[in-house]
Design a protein around this ligand. Structure first.
Ligand SMILES: [Zn+2]
Length: 230
């Protein structure tokens, strides 16, 4: 008998890899969904492929979306990626690495695929504790999307399914996420967090995403298997 299916948003970073491992540990057959959206580098998509394979995704779908045509973010336009910010600065305001409506765009595609797969469950690695202040990572956003999902789909309206958006990391710190991932068998050497890799391919160690990753490994008392240049 086939298992329950879950669609898991997989960016290739440590949060989404851990969210995938949580879904797997809860007994779901995981269908990984990634986006080639015009981000600055395709290193994270390579990581997403390796993580999906290592964690046993039933399928891994990489959708192409040209968010660079919309722009408006340091990740999708020619806007410099902030480097070397303090923890306080990272925790304040919404930075230029925010991609307009990204999680709504991603979750909408996940919702469509879930309906086709007859899946009732979508996993996203969003978290607010140690995040960059992105508004679409807050619990009230996740709850609102879940309500919308049940109004927006044939499966929801016909009452055949009750769609759930799982954000199992939403209130965890980066350190807790790293520990949880290790417990669940995530190989963090396969993951990628850096927004702007060095010319030699190493993580920069200075962008917000690198700094949050470093904080997570430090809090967990572990060494990051992915070396950074700075
Ligand atoms: Zn970086």
């Amino acid at each position: 008998m086939p298992g329950r299916r879950a669609v898991v948003l997989l960016s290739g970073g440590l949060d989404s890899a851990t969210a995938f491992a949580v879904a797997r540990a809860e007994g779901f057959d995981c269908y990984a969904l990634s986006f080639d959206y015009g981000q600055r580098h395709d290193r994270e998509l390579e990581s997403a492929r390796r993580v999906a394979a290592a964690l046993g995704a039933k399928e891994h779908l990489v959708l192409r979306l040209d968010l660079r045509a919309i722009g408006g973010s340091a990740l999708t336009a020619d806007i410099p990626v902030p480097k070397g910010r303090s923890g306080e600065a990272i925790g304040t305001g919404i930075p230029v690495t925010y991609v307009p409506a990204r999680n709504t765009i991603f979750l909408s595609h996940a919702l469509a695929w879930a309906e086709v797969l007859e899946s009732q469950d979508i996993f996203i690695g969003a978290n607010v504790q140690d995040s960059s202040g992105y508004p679409d990572c807050r619990p009230e956003y996740i709850e609102a999307f879940e309500r919308m999902a049940n109004l927006a789909t044939k499966a929801g309206v016909e009452g055949r399914t009750r769609l759930r958006i799982h954000a199992p990391l939403i209130s965890l710190t980066k350190g807790q996420i790293v520990r949880r991932g290790v417990e669940l068998g995530v190989d963090f050497a396969l993951t990628w967090s850096c927004y702007e890799p060095e010319p030699d391919g190493r993580a920069c160690g200075l962008c917000d995403s690198c700094l949050l990753r470093r904080k997570g490994f430090a809090e967990a008392g572990l060494r990051d298997p992915v070396p950074a240049a700075h």
